[in-house]
Write a protein that binds this ligand. Structure first.
Ligand code: ZN
Length: 284
């Protein structure tokens, strides 16, 4: 079903961790009863590489919590899936680009169905939010049209792919650029993304994304107000500055809180030591 909906000639790779299924595949189909045998024959028709990867699941074997904590298999999956050269080298840059185009076509079919229809007819309606972009279709993908026709820039930059800001794919594309290019600020992120894409309302999207990025949040100096309970407002002026690296500002209240507490304790101590208090304690 997935293959059919992609409308693209793709080589399917199926991973399975069902031990029983792997045994069925490994043995000769004639060994099995009709139901299994028929399916086993179908797999032969598709073709399989015959190798058997047995991933013994931790769940069925059992494991102590401390072992589980250290278990690479549990947290990261089997090694061959992560490091296999065959697995990694089988995906090339053109593959990635093609996969991305497939996803973009699917997203645009959801968000710009009307516009695509109109562009095919040769006209985008005046009410469309895309009118200013004079959209064109390049390989069935809705792209920005005339704007930079004569500019000395690359073809993808001239005709970036139009993306709807509310589609999850747009967020994912922005996010992956943000991570890949080491967390640029919103404005820089937009210029990088615009090498190939044209997300509508990009500023809001980029700002929100950077604002919600944990890594960016952690590396940014922030200022937080100290929790002061119900003290009167004039005492709430103390601000705690949290910064990473060299502090821009250090504020000190000369330990007023501690000096205040010391004074109260001293008063209590003095009261304890008075003749009257000593007598009251001993007689009761
Ligand atoms: Zn970030």
């Amino acid at each position: 079903k997935v293959k059919a909906s992609l409308k693209q000639e793709t080589k399917g790779v199926f991973w399975v961790d069902s031990t029983i299924l792997l045994y069925w595949i490994a043995a000769n189909p004639s060994r099995w009863k009709p139901f299994v045998a028929n399916r086993r024959y179908s797999i032969s028709r598709i073709g399989h590489n015959g190798s058997m990867y047995l991933v013994k699941t931790i769940i069925s074997r059992g494991m102590s919590p401390s072992e589980l904590f250290r278990s690479e298999l549990w947290w990261d999956g089997p090694k061959w899936l992560r490091h296999s050269n065959e697995w990694a080298s089988s995906i090339t840059a053109p593959d990635l680009r093609q996969a991305c185009n497939v996803l973009v076509r699917m997203a645009q079919a959801e968000t710009f169905a009307e516009e695509i229809k109109n562009v095919k007819k040769g006209q985008v309606k005046g009410s469309s939010k895309l009118e200013a972009l004079a959209p064109i279709l390049v390989a069935d993908i809705l792209c920005v049209g005339g704007r930079l026709q004569n500019a000395p820039v690359s073809k993808t930059r001239k005709h970036p792919i139009i993306l709807d800001p509310n589609h999850p794919l747009t967020t994912l594309i922005m996010q992956s650029h943000h991570h890949q290019f080491k967390h640029p600020a919103p404005q820089l992120l937009i210029s990088i993304v615009r090498e190939r894409f044209w997300p509508l309302r990009a500023r809001n999207l980029a700002r929100r994304l950077v604002h919600n990025c944990v890594k960016c949040f952690r590396s940014k100096p922030t200022c937080m107000e100290q929790l002061m309970g119900d003290l009167p407002p004039e005492r709430r002026s103390n601000v705690l500055w949290l910064v990473r690296g060299k502090p821009a500002l250090i504020e000190c209240d000369n330990a007023k809180n501690f000096r205040g507490a010391a004074r109260v304790l001293k008063e209590l101590y003095d009261l304890f030591k008075t003749q009257q208090a000593q007598e009251a304690i001993t007689t009761q």
